[in-house]
Design a protein around this ligand. Structure first.
Ligand SMILES: Cc1cc2nc3c(=O)[nH]c(=O)nc-3n(C[C@H](O)[C@H](O)[C@H](O)COP(=O)(O)OP(=O)(O)OC[C@H]3O[C@@H](n4cnc5c(N)ncnc54)[C@H](O)[C@@H]3O)c2cc1C
Length: 399
């Protein structure tokens, strides 16, 4: 039987492993961390990602784990509301939904574990690639163990070791900011509806919403070149000073509860080539996504659907390496246009935010004139969101 080894049990690796195993292919999935709960994992799914989940037959998983729809998006500049958009946007499709990613991964693993042709190796990292006749033929683990494979898939995220070992170049886009991530108890303001607030005040910008498990999550945009030691900042006060007045008092009241932030460094880029003979990169390993408008998991799930379509046919033929390697090129060719377009749209969103950040006059004009020009700004924002929600190319699971 053809053997596939997948490195990384994030959204990409786990869903691909489950789908390939379901099609009868022998899959080994290797994950470095011992628990899905140990590291930060994004929560937001756009309609494009929810549709991918439905096609994978995982909608029941989402309904059975902690999840929460977003009811609306609201934008504040200089302490004034600028515009609001309700979900689902323009009353079309599903609302953007937050899911507990650890619970999602655990539930998908449970499904995969039911297949005898699936094996999960947890708490062990891949260190190196094995090669035979100029083709990748397996992996070496950190304890020296070697695992042979007809196909290796690197789904090991933005800092992919597999990508480095395969000498596949990552072309990075310049990023001016990282994210400081906070969790704190929720406030009564979120009782009636779950609004994602985007707040810009002076040089400070953050987003806040109620996460899948009911606490507030704050993503603070932190300038990479800042000389501020973020570990020494009084964050309750700093958040309160940037927040609209009604929210500031909640931050101050939660001073003791505000957990120390987690610094999440942003890597954005794309590999010009996602594959070498015997090896394919998918998800963040091939194209690390910006957190802007929550695209990473969605793009990862859509990669998986396209990869499954091509790989199942190629892998079911007995040890036909030429067919497998041809499928790798076809997967990149089918997925690349969407990734390029979505990263361009994310960059355009960053560009809008930077414009406001860099020009105080513009910020003040927009905040003062919001009652007059708010609806035009809202329309322009809505027009930019369509593909960020629905995706750019059709993606349909065919097997
Ligand atoms: C601040 C921030 C917020 C985000 N929020 C969202 C959001 O709300 N919605 C959204 O869609 N996207 C979001 N993203 C992006 C999203 O997290 C990623 O795009 C997505 O997780 C990519 O999935 P993946 O499976 O390809 O990689 P990952 O989720 O990174 O999974 C890779 C896995 O590989 C494992 N691994 C790594 N190296 C090895 C090794 N050598 N051996 C074995 N295992 C290894 C890791 O432990 C990990 O489990 C956010 C990103 C950031 C930075």
């Amino acid at each position: 039987m053809t053997q596939v080894v997948i490195i990384g049990a994030g959204p990409t690796g786990l869903t691909l492993a489950m789908l390939l195993a379901k099609s009868g292919i022998a899959v080994k999935l290797i994950e470095a961390s011992r628990s899905f709960r140990r590291i930060f994992r994004g929560e937001a799914l756009m309609p494009s990602g929810l549709a991918a989940i439905e096609q994978m037959g995982l909608s029941d998983v989402v309904s059975n784990i902690p999840h929460r729809a977003i009811d609306a998006w609201e934008f504040y500049i200089e302490n004034r509301p600028i515009f609001r958009v309700n979900e689902p946007m323009e009353s079309v499709g599903q609302p953007c939904t937050l899911i507990s990613q650890p619970a999602f991964l655990e539930a998908v693993l449970e499904k995969a574990n039911k297949r005898e042709n699936f094996e999960f190796m947890q708490g062990t990292a891949v260190r190196d690639l094995l090669r035979q006749n100029d083709r990748v033929s397996g992996v070496r683990l950190s304890d020296g163990q070697e695992i042979a494979a007809d196909l290796v898939i690197g789904a090991d995220g933005r800092n992919s070791i597999v990508r480095q070992q395969a000498q596949l170049e990552l072309v990075q886009a310049a990023q001016s900011f990282d994210i400081l991530w906070f969790k704190l108890p929720t406030s009564p303001a979120w009782q009636a509806e779950n609004v994602f607030y985007s707040v810009l005040r002076g040089q400070e910008a953050f987003g806040v919403l109620q996460g899948s498990e009911g606490n507030l999550q704050v993503g603070w945009s932190f300038d990479r070149n800042s000389s501020v030691d973020w570990q020494k900042v009084d964050w309750a006060e700093k958040l309160a000073a940037a927040a609209p007045d009604w929210l500031a008092s909640h931050f101050r009241a939660q001073k003791e509860a505000i957990e120390r932030p987690l610094l999440l460094s942003i890597v954005v880029g794309r590999c010009p080539q996602w594959h070498v003979p015997g090896l394919l990169l998918l998800g963040d390993a091939a194209h690390p996504m910006s957190p802007i408008r929550a695209q990473g998991i969605n793009m990862a799930l859509r990669d998986v659907i396209v990869a499954t379509n091509h790989l199942v046919t190629a892998l079911q033929q007995p040890a036909n390496v030429a067919a497998i390697d041809l499928a790798l090129a076809q997967i990149q060719a089918e997925r690349e246009p969407e990734i390029i377009e979505i990263q361009r749209l994310q960059q355009a969103e960053v560009g809008q935010a930077e414009l406001m950040h860099n020009y105080p006059i513009l910020r003040h004009a927009v905040s003062r004139l919001a009652p007059v020009i708010g609806s035009r700004i809202r329309k322009s924002w809505l027009d930019r969101q369509l593909q960020l929600r629905q995706g750019f190319t059709p993606v349909d699971l065919k097997i």
